[in-house]
Design a protein around this ligand. Structure first.
Ligand SMILES: Cc1ncc(COP(=O)(O)O)c(C=O)c1O
Length: 403
């Protein structure tokens, strides 16, 4: 019989009752170090007092009014995001996919309203993940996710990441823009080369295309800068973010330059819930923390500390790990052993993680993770790797005795 909760996820048999910082607790008293953070979303960890108070206070006043009225919390949040980024204007929505759907619309509309209605196609990258709506699935281009969902939305061309010749070859008279994750999350923490981003910017300027960046996962402080593209010095024309923006409260945002945003006139796009007072109160509280002096430097320092822990692991267990890569607190451990075995062993040691494509263990802890948490993560992963290594050695010995 089908479960009441639709079985679209392979769920681990764990249910958490409460959380504190980077730790989650089950009802039966077990605790887990949360290095998955709800898939890079619980940016301030669990039960952060500043975030909890902001949500509770706003909920007690007014949660939702619709976008038919002014929303001071949204105006404040938009002004803060504009002041802290390349953008001139912001649209709030409820998820990463919805933000990307809106970004695709904005790129097309900006072309159409500037005299190029034929420019509708968007160049995307192999290994991308942009969401599960029909257009964002087409932008993602992963056959597995498209299976059974009918005709693929037209207008997306895929080329290899970090290959400028392939990008230039894909540009046609119908190209409207380029859409890229500065750090690909789902496919295994693959970094867009800063030089490649600069070349994309130059090609967009040369051909009159809009550069769209998907910072749904890598944005909002995750890499140790407010937005990941800042590392390259390149600015997009339009960018999405979501996941960590409101610390676990569902929210997404599209940030755009005036050149793109000015075509989004009343009635051109909409949302019932997007940017409501409750979501914006949560996101303003998250921004208070992320933009506090020294916070992003601390994210970088924690990332560097984890990098040192992982250097040791890679050297000590070459049959389990071959490398690690990433920026700030968006880290991929390239596994040699099956990543599911590594993830299970880590969970056995009390540590939660997320897998990614390419046999990669994805570690995306809360941005507030402490030095002690990072040290414990290293120890737990060491014990997990030792366990996986022992299993590999045991099955090799079995195979040898059979032969
Ligand atoms: C880069 C990127 N874009 C878009 C999405 C989709 O976001 P959501 O699940 O909030 O729709 C994700 C989700 O993992 C993502 O990592």
């Amino acid at each position: 019989m089908i479960p009441a909760l639709m079985p679209t996820f392979n769920r681990t048999d764990l249910a958490f009752e409460r959380g504190e910082g980077a730790w989650l607790y089950t009802a039966d008293g077990r605790r887990f170090l949360d290095f998955g953070a709800g898939i890079a979303t619980s940016s301030l960890g669990h039960n952060n007092p500043h975030l909890v108070n902001a949500i509770a206070q706003q909920a007690a006043r007014v949660m939702h009014v619709s976008n038919l009225y002014r929303i001071p919390q949204a105006e404040k949040l938009a002004e803060r995001l504009v002041a802290a980024s390349f953008a001139d204007s912001v649209f709030f929505c409820n998820s990463g996919a919805e933000a990307n759907e809106g970004m695709i619309k904005m790129i097309r509309r900006a072309q159409a309203k500037s005299g190029h209605p034929e420019r509708v196609r968007i160049i995307c990258f192999n290994g991308a993940f942009h969401g599960r709506t029909l257009a964002t699935l087409a932008a993602t281009g992963n056959a597995k996710y498209l299976d059974g969902f009918g005709p693929v939305v037209e207008g997306f061309d895929h080329v290899p990441l970090n290959n400028m010749n392939a990008v230039r070859a894909a540009i046609t008279d119908e190209t409207a823009g380029i859409m890229i994750e500065p750090v690909q999350g789902e496919s295994g923490i693959n970094l867009a080369d800063p030089r490649f981003l600069r070349e994309l910017r130059a090609a967009c300027d040369e051909y009159g295309l809009f550069l769209g960046m998907d910072e749904v996962q890598c944005g909002m402080g995750r890499t140790g800068r407010l937005f990941a593209h800042e590392w390259s010095g390149v600015t997009p024309d339009v960018m999405t973010t979501a996941k960590g923006i409101a610390g676990g409260f569902p929210m997404g945002a599209i940030l755009a330059t005036e050149q793109v945003a000015r075509h989004m006139t009343p009635g051109s796009h909409g949302t019932t819930f997007g940017g409501n007072p409750l979501a914006c109160a949560a996101a303003n509280a998250v921004l208070d923390v992320i933009l506090a002096p020294g916070f992003l430097e601390q994210v970088q320092a924690r990332g560097a500390m984890l990098g040192r822990e992982f250097d040791t692991l890679v050297a000590r267990y070459p049959d389990v790990f071959s490398a690690h890569r990433g920026v700030g607190l968006m880290i991929g451990l390239q596994c040699v052993a099956p990543v599911s075995a590594v993830q299970d062993a880590a969970m056995h040691e009390g540590m939660l993680s997320v897998t990614a494509g390419g046999n990669v263990l994805r570690l995306v802890p809360p941005l507030t993770v402490t030095e002690e948490d990072c040290r414990m993560a290293g120890e737990m992963l060491d014990r997990a790797a030792r366990r996986v290594h022992a299993d590999i050695a045991a099955s090799a010995a079995r195979a040898e005795s059979v032969a």
